[in-house]
Design a protein around this ligand. Sequence first.
Ligand code: FEO
Ligand code: CA
Ligand code: CA
Length: 616
Amino acid sequence: MPNPPRLEPWLASRALPITRRQSLGAGLATLLAGAMPWSVAGAATTPALLGRGIGFRSVPMTVTEPLAVPPGYTARVLCAWGDPVGLAQAQPMWRPDAGNTAAEQAQQAGMHHDGMAYFPLAGSARHGLLALNHEYTDERVLHADAASLAGGARTAEQVAKSMAAHGVSVVEVQADAAGRWSVVRPSRHARRITAATPMRLAGPAAGHALLKTAADPEARRVLGTFANCAANATPWGTYLTCEENFQGYFEPPTALDDHHRRWSLRSGGSASNGNWARWHLHDERFDLRRHPNEFHRFGWVVEIDPHDPTSTPVKRTALGRAVHEGAAVGVSKDGRAVVFMGEDARFESIFRFVSRDPIRPGGAAANRDLLDHGTLSVARFDAGGRGRWLPLVHGQGPLTADRGFADQAEVVVRTREAADALGATQMDRPEWTAVDAATGEVYVTLTNNSARGRPGQPGADAANPRAPNPTGHLLRWRHGGDLAAEAFAWDVFALGGGETPGDAFSSPDGLTIDARGVMWIATDATPMTQAAPGDRLWLPRNQLLACDPTAPGGPQMRRFLVAPEGSEVTGPVVAPDCRTLFVNLQHPDAGWPEAGQRPRSATVVITRDDGGLIGT
Ligand code: FEO
Ligand code: CA
Ligand code: CA
């Protein structure tokens, strides 16, 4: 998500300045040809083949179509905000006037699509379930009467609708004989999980005093998940959805303690304290003045069995509490689950969880407690390309009662403070992580950090080498053949801002590696206004890039998609047969996907017109 959440009314034009459109002169492609060898629209030459079979013609940033993919590919909207997800009981259609009720919204796809995963049905790459996150809401787009929100006011119905527009959707999707995908409605698999869905707490913080509330004195049951950003499938067939900027949903306490300050909560008037969603006006659990422990019940990784719509989602507290972004799962040499996670905030850290037990055959049912027992660690990147995972384990090192950590529950609830005590490396906003199953290499996107090097802030270090870092980078690390190893080697994999060969990019965010080993990188940048049309770094729109992470001589980026104006690209996932790519386009400007209508985030499905492999 952009930071902070966008609240602009859809009616206020967020389109690019007219000067940008007017500047697209006919001779621009020629001007660009030397600087961006694959970026010339309609180039007659066959583009050079990159490693792992990448051969598509790069999409130029100068395209004028709202959504552009390479020649020979088609992108279609599959599921937009407000589309019915296919629940058996009702199929309410989206109303362009935003007149859908809260009850209808709870049966429709939520807003602001983000992380996503594909789960084959009966092993099929053409019939499966898409689980997708709805990260946050643009309240002035969500509600029919934007003027009624003035001064932070909300009706009970508006709060209920906002909560229903968050969370996760599970939709059944299928390709027909012609390769055209659609959402199956109704579907016995369809599900909406919202900010009010009952879920279970598990792991070391479950039952702890820090999570007890008046409504849940046993600290075992929470209502809802929200701020769900990145996501991933597990090898045992479940969905991990990550609670990111949850702190912005609470009315802060009057007096802040050190933990609140570590989360940058601000007390004082409602207009200035960061509580933009205003749910507390009609649901008192979001008022920390009355229910201080509710704050500790969010910021977790939530595990969902997408195949069972009656299953209870579980908050896996053993994985730590953070502004959770990625949760990519690999397998250790001895068969245990290894989860790599970033915390997307300036100067926060990268985490790893290694399960105590091996992954068992038998899917979700056989691994229902797998993520409740294991070791959480935080990364320290040392100079010289070496690093260590530092255990966030109570009783080890400084994580003792006399240093303020009474037990493991306090370590995971106050993961940030524990990471500080261990001397974790403070990173440039770690977003998604990805594991290359073929090589065992792990990657993370570090989206940007304009504050690095400012007075009073950390300066450059080995793993965050630019101060400031407005365009971000990617790191790679290796564990000597075992993802559970304590030590690792690392290097800077790619630098944004035109410092990596191929098409320039800024602010890498979404990240996945498909079954062939092709890496897909989605960006979430604001336009690089310091550049100008014709400049290699002129990036007015977000994009999806492909690269071969194992290419000799380093990566070379190729632009596969240019996104609608105003939107970020997120949630890329490639079907197991590599013939379909699903991707989410979040917070577009007004007029996309339907001209003249309020904007709708959407899942887009991309196929090759000849049915071939994506990206070749
Ligand atoms: Fe929700 Fe860090 O992006
Ligand atoms: Ca982002
Ligand atoms: Ca993100």
